[in-house]
Design a protein around this ligand. Structure first.
Ligand code: RP5
Length: 181
């Protein structure tokens, strides 16, 4: 399956749920501060793809490419995006600045790319002063996967097809847990 990355398509290798409807247009944006973050952020794209939700995957940094970031985020809602996932490492301000530029819900993923193994990114992402919220997930790949699932849960409130796909995902996950090791 293919998702868009920086205007191009990129394979994630995720197997789509056969029953899940395919979204024609991306409704979830997955932003990351560096191309080096992609390996960590990939689970967000994979799980959304599995649920039939198209994603727009982009590299943009609040400090290295501020103009690209501002232009994308301020137009995201008009371009049909419903939820933004933002992953960054170190002094991770990407999710906070993204949330400041849009009324869309923003989910932050702290990335363990620094010598502090993501603790710096976790604190920078989660400790937003009151007024501009960022829904912060766990550090690293688990956080990215859960950001994808949480984005799907937000979409599922108004989209029965996503709700069904999410429900099947949970059922399969439960069924996959063995009773004994
Ligand atoms: C952050 O700095 C990025 O989100 C990345 O996690 C980290 C390192 O980036 P690179 O130096 O690998 O581009 O802004």
């Amino acid at each position: 399956m293919a998702i868009r990355k920086a205007g191009k398509t990129r394979k994630t290798g995720a197997a789509p749920d056969k029953a899940a409807r395919r979204d024609p247009k991306p409704r979830v944006a997955i932003l990351m501060g560096s191309a080096s973050d992609w390996d960590t952020m990939k689970p967000a794209a994979e799980v959304l793809e599995r649920l039939g939700v198209a994603t727009d995957v982009r590299v943009m940094s609040a400090h290295r490419t501020p103009a690209r970031h501002h232009a994308y985020v301020t137009k995201a809602e008009a371009n049909g995006i419903d939820v933004i996932i933002a992953g960054a490492g170190s002094a991770a301000h990407l999710a906070g600045v993204t949330a400041a530029l849009t009324l869309l819900p923003v989910l932050g993923v702290p990335i363990d790319s620094s010598p502090l193994q993501g603790l710096d990114a976790l604190l920078a992402t989660v400790q937003m002063p009151g007024g501009i919220p960022v829904g912060t997930l766990a550090i690293g790949k688990a956080g990215a996967k859960n950001a994808g699932l949480l984005a799907a849960a937000i979409l599922a409130r108004k989209d029965p097809a996503v709700r069904t796909a999410l429900s099947r995902f949970r059922e399969r996950q439960t069924a996959s847990v063995p009773e004994r090791p």
